[in-house]
Design a protein around this ligand. Structure first.
Ligand code: NDP
Length: 299
């Protein structure tokens, strides 16, 4: 049996960030200001703090402004909504990201609905969800858009391919399915109620796993030669002598890589794409909001 080729998301993300940097410099020359991303973090969730720190660092490294807003966990929802409104009105802010999850006294849908859809670089606003579903230009959630970029880079046209997306969350599964449909795949969305999941997955030329269950998708579920995109990030319990457990995806890499044609590793596959696409969405937002033309597909 041949080993699958490894899809290098880390390398692709580095190239994408380089392209974003060039476009951001060009924007600054034309607009007379830097593109700007505002990131709002409520509370002190350690994982969210790491994400926000990385987002800020990479935004600045790409030549854009990063406006960081840290609010205490007990902040009233009305104060967060007022901050979002202020950012909506601020011409230096092209993209707004409110880090999820929010504390339980806040209504996430209400907060997302307050973001100006044209600054919603996460693509979570219902207007952008509708734009994606109807084929209008908008903003698409970063992780699934990154997955499609990797797939097109590997396979070229996706037209006519059978794709199975495992997971139906608003953040990954559903937008992923919409994007694959827009690429003219025949799309199946599987979830926890799907009957005979291995048989469903075995039909797929493209498998996208976004489940949150460590190494659930086994090699004998994969059609030989299929392309496998593993969105999952799961930490295993630490083995003896380890302080931290190993990071693994939703796909059993050892067995799947014996059958697949190409596969993303964890870490180093989809993970690094998410922030790189966020930066891409921000520089796109800057151009759209300033009315400066840009070949968005060339980034
Ligand atoms: P959610 O928990 O919101 O959704 C998980 C989905 O998996 C649900 O639709 C659920 O089905 C389905 N599911 C659960 N168990 C099974 C099962 N046994 N068989 C089939 N389907 C099942 O997760 P997210 O979409 O937010 O994230 C998925 C994974 O991707 C996680 O590991 C997360 O850490 C990772 N992730 C990685 C990102 C990155 O940057 N690389 C970004 C975002 C997420 P149902 O709807 O029926 O309950």
């Amino acid at each position: 049996m041949t080993e699958a080729s490894i899809i290098d998301g880390k390398g692709f993300a580095a190239g994408l960030r380089e392209r974003v940097s060039r476009v951001a410099a060009d924007f600054e020359a034309k607009a007379g200001r830097k593109a700007g991303l505002a990131v709002v973090l409520v509370g002190e969730d350690p994982a969210s703090q790491v994400y926000v720190r990385n987002k800020n660092k990479q935004t600045v490294a790409c030549g854009m402004n990063s406006f960081e807003h840290k609010l205490p966990v007990e902040t009233p929802e009305a104060d967060l909504l007022a901050l979002v409104e202020k950012l909506n009105a601020d011409p230096a802010v092209d993209g707004i990201l409110v880090q999820l999850p929010l504390p339980s006294h806040m209504n996430e849908q209400k907060v997302i609905a307050t973001i100006n859809p044209d600054k919603d670089v996460d693509g979570f606003h219902v207007v952008n969800v509708g734009r994606l579903a109807t084929g209008l230009p908008g903003f698409v959630p970063c992780t699934p858009l990154g997955c499609v970029m990797l797939l097109k880079d590997k396979l070229g046209s996706l037209s006519g391919l059978d794709a199975v997306v495992i997971g139906r969350s608003n953040i990954v599964g559903k937008p992923m399915a919409q994007l694959l449909l827009a690429e003219s795949c025949t799309v199946t969305i599987a979830h926890s109620r799907t009957r005979d999941l291995p048989a469903v997955v075995r039909r797929a030329d493209i498998v996208v796993a976004a489940v949150g269950r460590a190494e659930m998708v086994k090699g004998d579920w994969i059609k030989p030669g299929a392309t496998v995109i593993d969105v999952g990030i799961n930490r295993l319990p630490p083995a003896e002598g380890e302080t931290k457990g190993k990071l693994v995806g939703d796909v059993d890499f050892a067995s799947a890589s014996q059958v697949a044609g190409a596969i993303t590793p964890v870490p180093g596959g989809v993970g690094p794409m998410t922030i790189a696409v966020l930066l891409r969405n921000t520089v796109v937002a800057a151009h759209r909001n300033a009315g400066i033309g840009l070949d968005e597909n060339a980034i």
